[in-house]
Design a binder for this molecule. Structure first.
Ligand code: GLY
Length: 255
């Protein structure tokens, strides 16, 4: 179960966020409203939500998932691979919030790069995507830190997706949503895989929170598959975040 969540209100320059999507620029006011709705949805699941103030100089800074890995034993502050995002990990209010919740806060160091959107937690084990943003040195540092606390990790080679959790969502009880390159990846054979079709691939970025699954609005086939598994679904509109390659998991740290 998760007790706490950390989010950050979007920057007023969110329209300048890194993107590979060709869907236009996010509308700032709409993004703010969607963020409020996201926080309300999380609150329904029983977590306490810490809302950090916007950092206007960092257009992607609402995607707090990338700047830290929050485990049951420690928090690990990352070193984002995207240069425009690197300093997001050192923002003082985030470090302060992590130190409030954790006795142990560790750091990924140069030459390592990690964005924790590339990391999927399954109990005490962590799958770490080797992506354009997370390098081998970063992955190795992450695994060494995890092992220091009795946790474990392994790297997963990636070819196409931005982040590991762009195409994977672990819904507990061995249920794993898979899209794109992860549908056939050997690392995930042992799971009950729920394959997501290409036309709804963005919908694979769902989050399990305390028995609920938050699902992005506009992906009815994904929603039905999750409902059929017996989960309580909360639909949240993330249209403005999608325009800059962000989704439900990217917008929070859950622990
Ligand atoms: N715009 C989200 C990212 O590229 O990190």
């Amino acid at each position: 179960m998760f007790k706490n969540v950390i989010v950050r209100v979007p920057s007023k320059h969110i329209s300048e966020g890194i993107t590979s999507a060709h869907e236009g620029k996010p509308d700032y006011k709409k993004a703010l409203q969607q963020h409020e709705n996201y926080v309300s949805a999380l609150t329904k699941t029983g977590v306490n939500v810490t809302v950090l103030a916007p950092e206007d100089d960092f257009p992607d800074s609402c995607f707090v998932e990338d700047v830290a890995l929050c485990t049951s034993k420690c928090a690990i502050v990352t070193r984002p691979g995207a240069l425009s995002r690197r300093k997001e990990a050192a923002l003082p209010d985030m470090i302060e919030a992590l130190n409030k919740f954790y006795d142990h806060v560790e750091y990924i160091e140069d030459p390592g790069t990690v964005e924790a959107g590339d990391i999927m937690m399954v109990g005490d084990h962590f799958y770490i995507g080797h992506s354009a943003r997370t390098n081998e040195a970063g992955g190795k540092q992450m695994i060494a830190i995890l092992e220091k606390y009795g946790l474990s990790g392994q790297m997963v080679e990636m070819k196409e997706m931005l982040h590991l959790k762009t195409g994977l969502a672990y819904l507990e009880n061995n249920n794993l949503l898979t899209a794109g390159e992860f549908k056939t990846a050997p690392e995930f054979e042992k799971f009950n895989k729920i394959g997501i079709e290409m036309d709804e691939a963005y919908g694979a970025n769902c989050i399990w929170v305390n028995g609920y699954v938050l699902v992005p609005a506009g992906y009815p086939k994904v929603q039905k598959k999750i409902e059929d598994l017996g989960y309580k679904v909360i639909v949240v509109d993330t249209s403005e975040y999608r325009k800059i390659d962000g989704g439900l998991s990217c917008l929070s740290l859950r622990f």
